[in-house]
Design a binder for this molecule. Structure first.
Ligand code: AQP
Length: 329
């Protein structure tokens, strides 16, 4: 029997942080290695153009994300790893979806509201239509599952709505995808634990390739409350709760076990152990990423070969879609 299809992507907008890892990438690798799915993982470069960028910086960010993918364990022999912009059918389908989506639906999206707030009318239109491109990324492969962090659930719901809307109007064409969330779908900023850790706020990020010195310094500075107890209480102890979540996700044990272990111990001891854990957890990653970045041609070749494979599937689907809506013969 054919395996269910699974797809996800990350934007090349800067170094990955531990929220991207625990909310998404770690799970990508585990799902790939489970052997239960036919996996597609892409670099969402078109989405990333909605942020300010320079061309040189963009090329570097793409290669760096390809290195992040491979260094954390994504494997081109097991998954199709590709660059979104190299598969033209994503953009074609996104346009069709834009014509099926109301302005109201797009304006209600939290990400659009947050990201366009500062720029108001000058915010680029791509920020608004981002979810229709995301729907195309997913639906074009008939994906049944999408591993994402919590921040993307609203967009995924719109994707499901679009699949239903299209199927109702033009006949069964798309699969309605379901999200797969991790145990830590929302890692918070270490400098402001009420906010999500986000690449656009680097001061609150623990980056995967931070040096051991940086990791130690950042974790010891991480904002916590003035209390003494090390226990989960996201309301009153947001900072410590966030650090507990990071710790427990990295060791794969529940938080109660950690609360027991650190009963009667102080924040400094807990933070020291967490820093040690993070440093060791990403030691191989730092080494492998450095080696991969020294071979950019290998990274380009992986993306080219994956993009060719993805194009074959996506071309078939866009042709089916065009026939359904009466613009292909
Ligand atoms: N803080 C987070 N906790 C858990 N998961 C997270 N993700 C992002 N932040 C967290 C998940 O990581 C995947 C890739 O994210 P992305 O780069 O495509 O999108 P993003 O949300 O724009 O990333 P950032 O780092 O949060 O940057 P900005 O500053 O743009 O907001 C997604 O699955 C996402 O859910």
């Amino acid at each position: 029997m054919a395996k269910p299809i699974l797809i996800s992507g990350i934007q090349p907008t800067g170094r990955l942080h531990i929220g991207n890892y625990l909310g998404a990438l770690k799970n990508f690798v585990e799902l790939q290695n489970s052997g239960k799915y036919e996996c597609y993982f892409f670099i969402a470069d078109l989405h990333s153009l909605t942020e300010n960028f320079s061309p040189q910086e963009k090329s570097k960010q793409i290669l760096e994300l390809a290195a992040d993918y491979l260094a954390t364990g994504l494997d081109p022999k097991k998954s199709v790893i590709f660059l979104q912009s190299q598969v033209a059918a994503h953009s074609e389908l996104a346009w069709i979806f834009e014509t099926l989506t109301s302005l109201g639906e797009l304006k209600r999206m939290t990400q659009f509201k947050e990201k366009s707030e500062k720029e108001k009318e000058r915010a680029n239109a791509g920020l608004l239509t981002y979810p229709t491109l995301m729907a195309a990324d997913i639906l074009i492969y008939d994906a049944a599952f999408v591993p994402v962090g919590e921040d993307q659930l609203q967009h995924l719901e719109l994707t499901r709505t679009l699949a239903r809307k299209f199927n109702k109007r033009f006949g069964k064409t798309f699969v309605e995808p379901k999200p797969i969330l991790t145990e830590s779908p929302r890692i918070m900023s270490i400098s402001d634990p009420k906010k999500k850790m986000a690449k656009s706020e680097p001061s609150g990020c623990l980056f995967l390739d931070d040096s051991p010195r940086e990791i130690k310094a950042k974790i010891s500075r991480a904002v916590t409350d003035s209390g003494l107890e090390i226990k989960l209480d996201p309301e009153k102890k947001a900072g410590i709760s966030n650090l507990l979540r990071i710790y427990s996700s990295l060791i794969g044990h529940g938080i109660p076990m950690l609360e027991k272990k650190y009963h009667g111990k102080n924040y400094a001891e807990f933070k020291r152990d967490l820093a040690e854990l993070v440093i060791n957890h990403f030691a191989d990653f730092r080494k492998d990423k450095k080696a991969l970045m020294a071979r950019p041609q290998t990274l380009v070749a992986v993306l080219k070969s994956g993009s060719n494979a993805a194009t074959k599937i996506a071309e078939k689907k866009i042709h089916e879609v065009k026939k359904k809506i009466g613009i292909a013969f």
